[in-house]
Design a protein around this ligand. Structure first.
Ligand SMILES: [Zn+2]
Ligand SMILES: [Zn+2]
Length: 291
C-alpha cells in the first residue's frame, strides 16, 4: 500500500515535471556545500537578494577560498547561521569575522558557549530561540530543536518564494518534530555520519565513544538517514545531499550505496537525485526547485 502511494506520488511528479520546468524556468535559490565531514562543515545558501552561511567549521582561509570559487566574498554575506557550538561547525568564525563582522545568528545558549572564544569580540550576534522563525533578506528561516550532545542544537528549513530546503545535520535521532519540519522540502541536506557495521567493527574507538555516536544525542547513520528519505518521498522530495560523513567509519560509496539501495526498494531511484558532500571538495551549486 505504501509502495503504491509512493509510486503514485512519483508518477504525478514526473507527469508535471516537463510543464513545471517550462513555467518556472528561473530557480529562486541555491545551496553549495563548501565542505562537510567530521573535520569541518560549511555551506552557503544564496537567493537573488541574500547570501547566508550555514556553520563556519572550516578554516577562515578555506571558507574564503571556497566562497570565491562560487563568486562570493565574505563581505557579501548577510549572515552566518549556526546549528550548534561544536568545533567542526564554528572553527573558522573568529578569523572570518575579524575583518568583516558578518552578523552571526544562533540560539542564546549557543552564543553563551561561544562568547568565551569564537564570538568573544564579535559585535553583531543575533540570538534566537530554538523553534523561532525569522527572515534574512528574502530568505525565510525556520529553526527547530534536534537531539545532539550540544547545549541547544538546531536544524533549519529555508524558504524563498515557493521553494524550500531542509538542513538536518548532527542529530542522533530524527524526532517527530524534525520530521514534521522537513516534510515538504524539495531538497534535504541530511547527515549520513557512519556506516553502522563499520562503526561497530572499528577497533580504534572505545566502546563509550561508539555508544555516544550511536545514542539519540549522537549522529545519524546511513541506514537511519535512508529511512527518513524514503519517508519523505510522498511529500515532494526530489534531492538529497548527504553530509557530515565520518572519516573513519564511512565513505561516499557506502553512504550513497545504502541510500540508493533503499530508494530502489520503493522504486524511487530515478525520482530523487542523491549527492554526497565531501570534506575536500566544493559541491555543485544546486538550484532548489520543486518538480
Ligand atoms: Zn558536527
Ligand atoms: Zn556536533
Amino acid at each position: 500500500m505504501r509502495f503504491l502511494r509512493i509510486f503514485a506520488a512519483i508518477s504525478k511528479r514526473i507527469f508535471f515535471a516537463a510543464t513545471a520546468k517550462l513555467i518556472f524556468n528561473s530557480p529562486v535559490f541555491h545551496i553549495t556545500i563548501l565542505g562537510s565531514g567530521s573535520a569541518g562543515n560549511c555551506a552557503v545558501i544564496e537567493s537573488s537578494g541574500c547570501r547566508l552561511l550555514v556553520d563556519g567549521g572550516l578554516s577562515a582561509k578555506q571558507i574564503t577560498t571556497r566562497l570565491a570559487s562560487v563568486g562570493i566574498e565574505p563581505a557579501m554575506l548577510d549572515g552566518i547561521l549556526l546549528t550548534h557550538e561544536h568545533t567542526d561547525h564554528v572553527s573558522g568564525l573568529r578569523v572570518l569575522c575579524k575583518k568583516t563582522p558578518i552578523p552571526v545568528y544562533c540560539t542564546r545558549l549557543t552564543a553563551e558557549m561561544l562568547r568565551k572564544e569564537e564570538l568573544a569580540l564579535h559585535p553583531d550576534v543575533r540570538q534566537f530561540q530554538a523553534g523561532a522563525e525569522f527572515t534574512i533578506g528574502d530568505i525565510g528561516v525556520r529553526s527547530f530543536s534536534v537531539p545532539h550532545d550540544a547545549v541547544d542544537p538546531v536544524g533549519f528549513t529555508f524558504h524563498c518564494g515557493s521553494e524550500s530546503l531542509g538542513f538536518l545535520t548532527d542529530l542522533g535521532k530524527c524526532t517527530n518534530l524534525a520530521r514534521e519540519r522537513v516534510r515538504r522540502v524539495s531538497t534535504l541536506v541530511i547527515e549520513t555520519n557512519h556506516d553502522e557495521k563499520t562503526l561497530q567493527a572499528d577497533t580504534r574507538r572505545p566502546w563509550s565513544l561508539k555508544q555516544r555516536i550511536m545514542s539519540i544525542h549522537g549522529h545519524l547513520s546511513n541506514a537511519a538517514a535512508a529511512t527518513e528519505l524514503v519517508g519523505l518521498l510522498e511529500h515532494g522530495l526530489n534531492r538529497a545531499i548527504l553530509c557530515h560523513l565520518s572519516r573513519d567509519c564511512n565513505s561516499p560509496e557506502l553512504a550513497l550505496g545504502e541510500v540508493r539501495a533503499r530508494l530502489d526498494t520503493v522504486g524511487a531511484r530515478e525520482a530523487v537525485e542523491v549527492y554526497c558532500a565531501t570534506q575536500k571538495e566544493v559541491s555543485p551549486r544546486f538550484a532548489i526547485r520543486s518538480s
